[in-house]
Design a protein around this ligand. Structure first.
Ligand code: HEC
Length: 159
């Protein structure tokens, strides 16, 4: 190998090492817990936790939730909520799991002194958590090949 080729190879290896270092973090949009702007959503009481998603099928909530999910959950639960195996696939949780969902997100998961999932109470407000849930409701529909029109109708029927 001549000198020029060797140098080109070194640069290529250097660039891919840098990609490995910053790539995954960057790709998951993960820069630590992120405050979520929920302007435009019906405000919820700060101290009265609901056990059912008030925003199910609400398009604006789904949009806010998609972004909030990407910033706060995707690094463990996977991009687009497709689990890579390190944390459960959240598309599997149907509407009957609303109460279970909000409990997990508020408290996180600790076992034997280990934090498997951080608690989000105090980091995200109730509006942000249910917006994430609204996004996951949509992913649940898509995962099960259900018609999302039925999901949107639930919000329109409430409104
Ligand atoms: C640091 C990694 C991590 C982050 C960040 C994280 N989770 Fe988790 N989550 C986990 C793990 C691991 C579990 C499984 C814990 C266990 O063993 O019971 C879990 C479990 C859950 C469960 C219960 C799932 C089930 O099928 O039982 C829900 C709901 C959940 N997470 C929602 C979220 C949401 C929403 C976010 C973002 C706001 C989030 N998680 C952020 C790691 C994470």
């Amino acid at each position: 190998m001549n000198r020029t080729n060797r140098r080109a190879l070194t640069v290529a290896i250097g660039a891919s090492a840098l990609w490995l270092a910053v790539g995954p973090a960057w790709a998951h949009g993960d820069v630590g817990p992120q405050a979520v702007a929920t302007d435009g959503l019906e405000p919820l009481a700060a101290d009265a936790w609901l056990d059912e998603n008030p925003y199910r099928g609400n398009r604006q909530a789904i949009e806010i939730g998609a972004s909030a999910y990407g910033q706060n959950c995707a690094r463990c639960h996977g991009l687009d909520a497709v689990s890579g195996g390190i944390a459960p696939d959240l598309r599997e949780l149907g509407p009957e799991y609303d109460d279970y969902f909000i409990g997990k997100v508020r408290s996180g998961v600790q076992r034997n002194g280990m934090t498997y999932m951080p608690a989000f109470e105090g980091v995200l407000d109730q509006e942000a958590m249910w917006a994430i849930r609204a996004y996951l409701d949509k992913r649940h529909y898509e995962y099960n090949d259900k018609d999302p029109a039925a999901l949107y109708e639930q919000a329109e029927g409430r409104g």
